[in-house]
Design a protein around this ligand. Structure first.
Ligand code: ZN
Length: 245
């Protein structure tokens, strides 16, 4: 399912006026799946804003290191914070190809809707995880630069990352069952920033990690049915692989 035609804005329902194609996973993350004629300019402005915060922020160096699609070009060098043991951290410019790119992923509590905990809004963070996605071993880099310690700093803007995740899940569902197959899209106000309850719908469930290093993106569907519909897991309904480097 590389391109599916929708003919309405999947966010606000508008059918008149110009409709643009919508990358289910952003083009800047090399997402291969597209919904044609699926987003009006107003909604596109909202979704590209939070995608831009993630792609241009905490994921920027990862995208550069993995040579992902870009419309703006990538830096050829990036600052690395090192401590040589002589009075604190200093910033040194390192070519991106020699840069140990670690991505900071936030771990969230389970979606509040699936949980019994009291929920007042926002999203609850339960942990952090740094994953190296490109570049040489940090130990070798540290040795070469004479660093005793190195530091990676990531800034996440508001709810941009969980909104991006919600958008991906929602567009996968649209591609799967069609807009008419969705009775109420509860997650839409949070995606569009009209409500502050993204943590009700987005979260980490079982802490499973994809250990196959060739996978770039994967989607898995879990469903719990109403009367008679049953429940279960459809394993990895979408998969995109890393381009060989
Ligand atoms: Zn719209």
């Amino acid at each position: 399912m590389n391109a599916i035609r929708i003919g309405r804005c999947i966010y606000c329902g508008r059918a008149e006026g110009p409709l643009r194609r919508e990358h289910m996973i952003a083009a800047g993350l090399n997402g291969p799946w597209v919904l044609q004629k699926a987003s009006c300019p107003a909604c596109e402005k909202v979704t590209s804003a939070f995608e831009g915060h993630v792609l241009g922020g905490p994921f920027r160096l990862a995208r550069a290191g993995l040579k992902m699609h870009t419309g703006h070009g990538f830096p050829t060098t990036a600052p690395l914070l090192i401590d040589r043991g002589d009075g604190g951290y200093v910033s040194v410019e390192v070519p991106v190809k020699d840069y140990p790119v670690l991505v900071h992923f936030v771990e969230f509590l389970r979606p509040a809707h699936l949980d019994t905990r009291p929920y007042a809004g926002g999203i609850d963070i339960s942990g952090h995880r740094m994953i190296q996605v490109a570049g040489p071993d940090p130990k070798d880099v540290g040795q070469r630069l004479g660093a005793k310690r190195m530091r990676w700093v990531a800034t996440h803007e508001s709810h941009s990352l969980p909104r991006l995740i919600a958008k991906i899940a929602y567009t996968i569902l649209v591609a799967d069952v069609g807009l008419d197959g969705i009775e109420v899209a509860y997650v839409l106000p949070a995606i569009l920033g009209q409500s502050q309850n993204i943590g009700r719908w987005v979260g980490c469930d079982e802490m499973e990690y994809i250990t196959d290093q060739t996978v770039l993106h994967g989607g898995r569907r879990l469903y719990s049915g109403r009367t008679g519909a049953g429940s279960g897991v459809q394993d990895l309904c979408l998969r995109a692989d890393l381009a060989p480097s």
